[in-house]
Design a protein around this ligand. Structure first.
Ligand code: BES
Ligand code: MN
Ligand code: ZN
Length: 484
């Protein structure tokens, strides 16, 4: 979608986003012709539109340079932040595009007090139209999304383009995550990584089963052993000249999580194609970094395996050895994410980065703790936690910090037969998993673990989200790099 500067106002649709207070002050309508302004004012004085949060009305227009007027309520000013504006813009554009409007003008000057408004517009325009419907037959009633151009009175080309790139990276990840396990399995994801590397001039190393053995990647190998689709480990590198910082991203890439021999009950197994989001996000971030041309050295590590039950699957009671030599007793084969991440965190630590950020759909417990709209953040470094949280606030991908110190839960990591056990008691499961991962992070490396199990998969579309994969975290990570 193209975004242009609003000059002459003619367009199929006119979108006005108004807080309740804005309905009392019409000064920002000054760019509109008087007839239309009077019309909007009459809708407001008749209380057809009050600016109430969550209201969106369409009014067909006649004798106007617009075919349709859309009024969207942002609610009370004190409660309206940039994240509501982003979601509302996406919602408005989505509706406009579905109702056959090819062009839309949006008035934003009255909201210019919000920081990064133009960037947010770019994000919303990039995120509004995505749906995963490629496998659905399109009948004669099918209407493709029509919106092609947006004209805005707030226009900052660079900022808008940054927003568009953040959105495009996130959509790239969603497209991968939404593909089912029969389409994307480890070798396929490795090919996708190689394609991205080729296109964006990144280094890309893929380790297959043999290499995984010689490199002592015992966690990935164990988890992948039950599937006919063998596991892969992928390392992407973006290394611009003169970069002074080096950041590593690590992603859990379980292309399907059946639970393995500790098989999941049926209603917990659907959506587990989404268990590869961490890795897909990492690939999307690498692509985004290259598109943005950032001056930071960035490494992406993707641990990719399919967790399946079979005669060759790893078992409860097995004892495996991770890359750093630590042995792990398997208590539950469904706690597989931490095993593939263990090896990846070792590998990431070996390059001695300034920070490691891992993303994983790791625990149902994190979703129980924080709900489906917030990810859990675990971090061993205050500066990193602060910076990453600030990025998350700016991008509207909400986080909540959870403890990475807990003596009592740490005790339960112990196994009578091995150095560690892969799963403990039911309670505090997200913290247990984070403490487990910590055992594989190099000493003194600032590290953030983001458990995205909750917001990973959306039941229905809302704001910038479509039904299905959210690719939650991609924009936050890119924002973090942009503000290093
Ligand atoms: N991939 C799941 C976690 C998950 C659950 C992600 C729901 C998204 C939505 C993970 O591999 C898993 O199965 N975790 C178990 C761990 C348990 C066996 C210790 C869980 O959370 O139940
Ligand atoms: Mn699992
Ligand atoms: Zn999993």
């Amino acid at each position: 979608m193209r975004i242009k500067r609003l000059s002459d106002q003619a367009a199929d649709a006119l979108l006005l986003l108004l807080r309740e207070e804005d309905t009392e002050n019409f000064s920002y309508f000054s760019g509109l012709d008087t007839k239309l302004r009077d019309f909007v004012m009459s809708l407001i004085s008749r209380k057809d539109f009050t600016g109430k949060k969550g209201s969106l009305i369409k009014v067909p227009l006649f004798d106007s340079s617009f075919k349709n007027l859309y009024l969207l309520g942002l609610g009370k000013k004190e409660k309206c932040g940039i994240n509501l504006i982003r979601d509302s813009l996406a919602w408005g554009f989505r509706k406009i595009g579905r109702e056959r409007n090819k062009t839309a003008s949006v008035i934003l000057t009255h909201l210019s007090e919000y920081k990064e408004l133009a960037l947010t517009l770019g994000e919303a325009s990039g995120l509004c139209s995505y749906v995963f419907d490629k496998y659905k037959s399109k009948d004669e009633n099918y209407e493709p999304f029509a919106l092609e151009e947006i004209y805005s009175d707030i226009y900052a080309e660079k900022e808008i383009s940054t927003g568009e790139k953040l959105a495009s990276a996130q959509i790239f990840s969603r497209e991968l995550v939404n593909e089912p396990g029969c389409v994307i399995y480890p070798s396929v994801l490795a090919e996708k990584a190689q394609e991205v590397a080729k296109k964006y001039n990144l280094d890309c190393e893929v380790w297959d089963e043999n290499k995984l053995k010689s490199e002592h990647m015992g966690g990935i190998l164990a988890v992948g052993s039950g599937s006919k689709n063998p596991p892969r480990f992928i390392h992407l590198t973006y290394k611009p000249q003169g970069a002074t910082k080096k950041i590593a991203f690590v992603g859990k890439g379980i292309t399907f999580d059946s639970g393995g021999l500790d098989i999941k009950p049926e209603n917990f197994m659907t959506t587990m194609k989404g268990d590869k989001t961490g890795a897909c996000n990492v690939l999307a971030i690498m692509r985004g970094v290259a598109e943005l041309g950032l001056n930071v050295e960035v490494h992406g590590f993707m641990s990719v395996a399919e967790n399946m039950p079979s005669g060759s699957a790893y078992r409860p009671d097995d004892i495996i050895t991770a890359r750093n030599g630590k042995t792990i007793e398997i208590d539950n084969t469904d706690a597989e994410g931490r095993l593939v991440l263990a090896d990846a965190l070792c590998a990431a630590s070996e390059i001695k980065p300034d920070a490691i950020i891992d993303m994983a759909t790791l625990t149902g417990a994190c979703m129980v703790a924080l709900g489906k709209w917030r990810a859990g953040l675990f971090c061993n470094d205050e500066k990193l936690a602060e910076d990453f949280s600030a990025s998350s606030d700016r991008r509207g991908e909400l986080l909540w910090r959870l403890p990475l110190e807990d003596e009592n839960i740490s005790e339960t990591l112990k196994s009578p037969y091995a150095d560690l056990i892969n799963c403990g008691q039911r309670y505090g499961g997200a913290i247990f998993a984070a403490l487990f991962l910590k055992e594989f992070v190099g000493k003194d490396i600032p590290w953030a673990h983001v458990d995205i199990a909750g917001p990973d998969f959306k039941d229905k579309e809302y704001g910038v989200y479509s039904k299905g994969a959210s690719a939650f975290g991609v924009r936050t990570c890119l924002d973090y790099l942009l503000n290093l």
